[in-house]
Design a protein. Structure first.
Lengths: 362, 304
């Protein structure tokens, strides 16, 4: 017996909807197996990981808090991946965005008025976009592989943040702890819905919906999809591959930078040596699980955010390593990619004895 | 003094060299496996764990190789059998490897490790200067020398190498000639996994004989960049790996002479150097186009 792929005549619409669900199901199954191997009750584990975070208000809010940056970054990455630009450096763009967004509250703490927050958000988006434009420009100008350069810049961004919070940006009244001064109220994103959630969640949902409309209904959206699927056809339509590379990287960087600024302004309230539990990398999974569609990405962002909260949950309740969250995230991406094969191909088990030539006529 | 510096360069270069040589073979067969970092970190943690459990460094190294191959088999199944996107699947492999290694390694944080013994090659190790630097090393360093020689010879002087390159350059023609493109690619992917696992074992059993979470710190990615730098030629990988080894030990030696440079800047040098080198190499279109495997990263579904 072996597996054989048979190409479908056209994309399976049903599988396009089903494949993320199948992938999540298979991931839950794999998670249950991991719980069993590490001698924990798989049912309790699955409940604590995937369900319990949704049952209490505080954990639901924490999930939304984690989902927000994932969704915002994932939306930007989707534009890159749709147009065949492999930006995997969102983690660095998030950090640099946070640094740019922190310029006002850290260096000019006395600048406190209604313009502070809007300016911070703009700075953050610009910072992220500039950082993302480095690999994009190297790609368009020198034909350099953007996967490797965007990733290398993640490490550089992390070291830059580390340098600033331990050196020039360290809080002068902070007893030498490696952290910046605490942001003033004027530099803090206000809370919404009477809870502890900051304004970042509604901002993110609005951005995602606008992007969904742009992708589905505008010429720019058409350009992004055409250039991804068939750059040659796109060039006949007068679209510029280089222009789109710069555009998609700048957009993804701006989204990641905005997410970074909202994270430090809305959640952390200061800069720390590490400000992200890998949002930029997890957002890659979010983008694929959401089928590179902003509305899908909103749902996928929640699923992946659950893995952070659920990971902490199983650690405190069952003593399972919270690294299980990243294991499950990695498995999920594998299953998503494998299930996507079902959209383009039917999979058939073929017996060895049937001659290959005849099998294809069945 | 110079001798001591050179020794640290070799230790820093060896994991890069081994991982890059493996990935070079993978890419020559037309497959882009971005999961080197994930396979390497799994090699590091499994190598450490098994060496720690059994007290045998050799068993640790073997286990690390097997771990790297197992990871690459997962990648190979998805990319070659299910024809998934190679870039995304490689990323998934890295994310999974980092998570899995963190989970397995949690029990080994702070546990003293096992240092692979230095093996003195009789005769050669007594040559002044060259001997102490190159021939008083541990077994994995010698294996890296052998790997380079085998791959350089095998790729360009043997039939197996010819077929491998043919599959990477034109999978349609290779398939029409009756070669099993998928089997050959799978073998190459497994070889790459074995090398990455071995490179990981070097990290946790020789370079710093302990387990630290995320200890490969991007070396798998630098190895990928080295393959581009080498324009897919094994001997140039050696040059690249030793150059990068030199850049990455700058930090260590700059601290010794008390230069007034932020340590973070020195730590970011290998990453910045990688970018610089990639730019210089890819700006030269002719050099890259001549040697790039023509089918690199392209999916292949046999037409039956």
């Amino acid at each position: 017996m072996r597996l054989e792929l048979v190409k479908r005549k056209e994309h399976s619409q049903m599988m396009a909807l089903l494949s993320p669900l199948i992938a999540v199901g298979l991931t839950a199954l794999a998670a249950a197996i991991i719980f069993s191997i590490t001698s924990h009750n798989p049912l309790i584990g699955l409940y604590k990981f995937f369900i319990e975070p949704l049952t209490q208000q505080w954990s639901l809010e924490a999930t939304i808090d984690k989902a927000t940056p994932l969704i915002l970054i994932g939306c930007g990455l989707a534009v890159c991946y749709l147009s065949n630009n492999w930006n995997i450096g969102a983690e660095g763009q998030f950090v640099i965005g946070a640094l740019f967004g922190s310029i006002l509250p850290v260096l000019f703490p006395e600048f406190e008025n209604g313009a502070t927050l809007p300016l911070m958000l703009i700075f953050g988006a610009v910072g992220g976009a500039l950082w993302a434009l480095i690999p994009a420009l190297l790609k368009t100008r020198f034909n350099t592989n953007e996967i490797l350069t965007s990733l290398m810049l993640v490490y550089v961004a992390g070291l830059m943040l580390d340098y600033l919070v331990r050196g020039p940006w360290r809080d002068p009244g902070g007893y030498n702890f490696p952290e910046s001064r605490i942001f003033s109220d004027a530099a803090t994103l206000p809370e919404v819905f009477g809870g502890t959630m900051s304004m970042s969640a509604p901002i993110t949902v609005i951005v995602a919906i606008v992007l969904a409309v742009v992708l589905a209904k505008t010429l720019k959206g058409f350009e992004i999809r055409v250039m991804g699927e068939s750059p040659r056809a796109g060039s006949f339509a007068g679209f510029s591959a280089k222009g789109l590379t710069l555009f998609s990287f700048a957009l993804a960087g701006a989204f990641a930078g905005l997410a970074g600024t909202m994270e430090v302004s809305g959640s952390l309230n200061q800069l720390l040596p590490s400000i992200s539990p890998g949002y930029g990398f997890t957002a890659i999974i979010v983008a694929f699980l959401g089928r590179l569609n902003p509305i899908g990405i909103i749902i996928a962002g929640f699923v992946l955010a659950l893995s952070y909260i659920g990971g902490e949950g199983v650690q405190s309740a069952m003593g399972v390593s919270n690294e299980i969250a990243s294991v499950i995230q990695g498995l999920l991406l594998f299953f998503v990619l494998a299930c996507d094969t079902l959209i383009l191909y039917r999979i058939r088990m073929v017996s060895r004895r049937v001659p290959a030539g005849e099998a294809s006529h069945v | 003094m110079f001798e001591a510096v050179l020794l640290t360069v070799i230790t820093a270069a060896t994991p890069l060299l081994i991982a890059a040589i493996g990935e070079l073979v993978v890419e020559r067969s037309g497959v882009l496996n971005l999961g080197v970092e994930g396979m390497m970190i799994m090699g590091a943690v499994i190598g450490f764990a098994i060496a720690n459990q059994t007290g045998s460094g050799t068993l640790g190294v073997v286990a690390a190789i097997v771990a790297g191959m197992a990871m690459s088999a997962l990648f190979g199944f998805l990319v070659l059998v299910l024809v998934t996107n190679q870039v995304a699947t490689g990323l998934a492999l890295t994310i999974l490897g980092i998570g899995l290694s963190g989970m397995i390694g949690e029990a080994y944080i702070g546990v003293p490790g096992l240092d692979l013994p230095q093996l003195y090659i009789p005769g050669l190790s007594e040559i002044p200067f060259i001997g102490p630097v190159f021939f008083q090393q541990d077994a994995i360093v010698y294996m890296s020398f052998a790997l380079v020689a085998i791959v350089a010879y095998g790729l360009f002087r043997t039939r197996v190498g010819l077929v491998l390159r043919a599959v990477g350059d034109n999978h349609g023609s290779a398939h029409a000639l009756g070669y099993s493109v998928i089997k050959i690619r799978f073998a190459a992917v497994l070889f790459g996994g074995a090398c990455a696992g071995l490179a990981g074992a070097y990290m946790s059993l020789a370079y710093t004989p302990q387990w630290v979470e995320n200890m490969t710190a991007g070396r798998g990615w630098i190895a990928l960049a080295l393959v581009v730098f080498s324009s897919w030629l094994p001997l140039r990988v050696v040059v690249g790996a030793y150059l990068f080894g030199a850049v990455s030990v700058l930090n260590l030696h700059a601290q010794a002479v008390e230069l007034d440079i932020p340590s973070q800047l020195l730590s970011s040098l290998p990453y910045l150097a990688t970018i610089l080198v990639l730019v210089l190499i890819s700006a030269n279109r002719r050099l890259t186009l001549v040697n790039t495997p023509a089918c690199l990263g392209k999916p292949f579904v046999p037409d039956r």
